[in-house]
Design a protein around this ligand. Structure first.
Ligand SMILES: [Zn+2]
Length: 248
């Protein structure tokens, strides 16, 4: 918790202190760093760490998303990746053509050399130029594929975490809770009224965005409706769905 939790009133870090009761029990609690140092005029009261931990655990229930939302957001963003890749496919086609042209040139060069038309030093120079070009094209095509594959994997991993955020957090020990908090949030603010306010870390800032989620759900519903219209009933008739108007 330490390092991730902040004062909801003034934004300062929360520091850990220990209080000793008359019976000798130690109670660890959080105090606002500014208030503790008598800087500014924050009036935030000290909070038992146990209590703050409980508030954060409860907050995870509002972070977690339903299976329906998870699938809608995933499908929507994958569809956006597909569209992005499609717009770049022209560039890829050009690269592939250029690769074929260079490979062809490479073959012709060798033939010319064997026929005695090109001296060895010139052949060597031309071959270096062509393999340099081929190498560059290979790197660009690989980078294009890797970039999307990595982004798609990260997206799925993040959504899986988000779908089970509260369940995972509830089962974690302290060390793993710390990792969870660092993965999900940049800052956790504890408000005076025991409310918890968070700043999300990437990509959770986008994935937890209400607009992103509702757009995805609308998109998924539209896609589902279109599917129902296109899919005939089991007996092959379209009677049941024929009153539906295709969307888009
Ligand atoms: Zn404060």
């Amino acid at each position: 918790m330490k390092g991730t939790v902040f004062c909801g009133q003034c934004g300062s870090r929360l520091l850990v202190c220990n209080a000793k009761s008359s019976t000798g029990n130690i109670y660890p609690y959080f105090v606002c760093a500014d208030r503790h140092a008598r800087r500014g005029n924050c009036t935030r009261q000290a909070m038992l760490i146990e209590e703050v931990e409980r508030l954060v655990e409860r907050h995870y229930e509002t972070v977690q998303i339903s299976a329906e939302t998870r699938h809608a957001v995933g499908a929507h963003l994958h569809a956006k990746f597909d569209a992005l890749m499609a717009t770049e496919s022209d560039a890829l086609t050009d690269l592939t053509k250029e690769r074929a042209r260079l490979e062809d040139e490479q073959g012709k060069l060798l033939q010319a050399h064997y026929a005695g038309a090109i001296p060895l030093d010139l052949l060597k120079k031309e071959q270096d130029r062509i393999s340099g070009g081929l190498e560059m094209i290979k790197n660009r095509i690989d980078a294009h594929h890797d970039e999307y594959a990595t982004a798609r994997n990260n997206l799925d991993d993040s959504l899986n975490l988000l779908e089970h955020a509260a369940d995972i957090y509830a089962r974690c020990d302290d060390a793993n809770r710390r990792l969870c908090n660092q993965a999900f949030f940049t800052k956790i603010y504890i408000e005076d009224d025991d409310d918890v306010r968070v700043g999300y870390a990437r990509p959770f800032d986008a994935l937890t965005n209400g607009e992103v989620q509702s757009d995805a759900l609308t998109w998924a519903e539209t896609a589902r409706n279109e599917n129902e219209v296109r899919t005939p009933a089991k007996d092959g008739s379209l009677a049941e769905s024929s009153h539906l108007v295709p969307l888009g």
